[in-house]
Design a protein around this ligand. Structure first.
Ligand SMILES: [Zn+2]
Length: 332
């Protein structure tokens, strides 16, 4: 654990210590230089370390970092090097899809904290909600083994953060892990910052929100950094719920909560409670047996035991004011 934490802090430090005065790689036509760059970038895959010589801030994402990698090797590397969804595996190819950033991590922290506070009363009960962090979620191994020697697409993806009720039962097939039996999380959070927004939108709509997977997704889009230490100003949240679809597809609710809106107009005096996402408990606890949420009453004269589930507010409110505060104040 401590090794992972060390690596993590190395990565975070590396991510925020980029300098903008280095030569743009587009200007470097020297073959040796680009091979050197490739070598340094490959070190992230091989050793888990991010070197400043790798100039990740100049890389075009997704960036192919390794090929012909078996799925279990990929999982081992992401585990060992504590890769929070920064890489993705697809048919043996590993790509860097986003870069570590303090804005990104603080943004997740602010959402995590609000859900934790709201669900405090059910901790370690059968209504508990597990925070899965950036756990690897993959298509079933049955699929994987059957398709092993074909060109059929296989993927393993991580969410930036996800939550699953502890009482959501296992499934027979199509589950979220390699055995295909583990239930999918009900809520996923994705942050698009260094990552291409369209790419993340496709991941949300064509992966997480496919039938019998995730119920709700919060997608936060933060404007791409000019330099890694530039505090972002445009921030947009999209709340997807599978109940909210129409003929044209998903119909996410959208909310702007940065210091400037998408038209460039300043958002002044944003107050707590003004820009919120409401997560219904029916969504968050989708697929949980009813007796967990409404325990049957004992026969009188016994008094019913307290139902911890009843202590959770419905809906759970994610106030984007706090997310904005976390992003704006993480660099001092
Ligand atoms: Zn929902």
């Amino acid at each position: 654990m401590s090794t992972n934490q060390n690596i993590q802090s190395t990565q975070d430090t590396a991510a925020i210590s980029f300098t903008s005065d280095i030569v743009d790689i587009d200007d470097v036509d020297d073959v040796f230089e680009s091979n050197k760059l490739k070598k340094y970038r490959k070190y992230w895959w091989e050793t888990g370390q991010i070197y400043s010589e790798a100039r990740w801030e100049k890389a075009i994402l997704p960036y192919k970092i390794a090929t012909e990698v078996p799925y279990d090797t990929y999982v081992k590397h992401t585990d060992k090097y504590n890769i929070h969804g920064w890489w993705e595996w697809n048919n043996g190819t590993v790509c860097v899809v986003k870069l570590p950033s303090i804005f990104h991590e603080n943004c997740i922290g602010a959402i995590f904290q609000q859900i934790s506070l709201a669900t405090d009363g059910v901790m370690s009960t059968n209504a508990d909600l597990f925070y899965l962090g950036a756990t690897m979620l993959a298509k079933s191994i049955t699929n994987y083994l059957q398709q092993k020697d074909t060109k059929t697409s296989k993927t393993g993806k991580e969410a930036d953060a996800s939550w699953r009720p502890v009482s959501k039962p296992p499934v027979n097939a199509g589950g979220s892990d390699t055995t295909g039996t583990q239930p999918w999380p009900n809520l996923v959070v994705e942050i698009a910052y260094t990552e291409d927004m369209e790419r993340v939108r496709r991941k949300v709509e064509q992966y997480w929100l496919q039938p019998d997977r995730v119920h709700d997704v919060i997608l936060i889009v933060i404007d791409k950094p000019i330099t890694p230490v530039t505090t972002p100003s445009v921030m947009t949240a999209y709340h997807y719920c599978i109940n909210n679809q129409d003929i044209g597809g998903f119909n996410p609710t959208m909310c702007e909560f940065g210091t400037i809106d998408l038209q460039g107009t300043p958002i002044l005096n944003l107050q707590p409670g003004q820009r919120v996402i409401n997560i219904q408990l029916a969504c968050l606890y989708h697929g949980v047996p009813p007796n967990v949420l409404n325990p049957p009453l004992p026969s009188p004269p016994q008094l019913p035991p307290p139902n911890p589930f009843a202590t959770i507010p419905n809906p759970i409110v994610i106030d984007l004011y706090h997310v904005r505060f976390a992003v704006l104040n993480c660099i001092v």
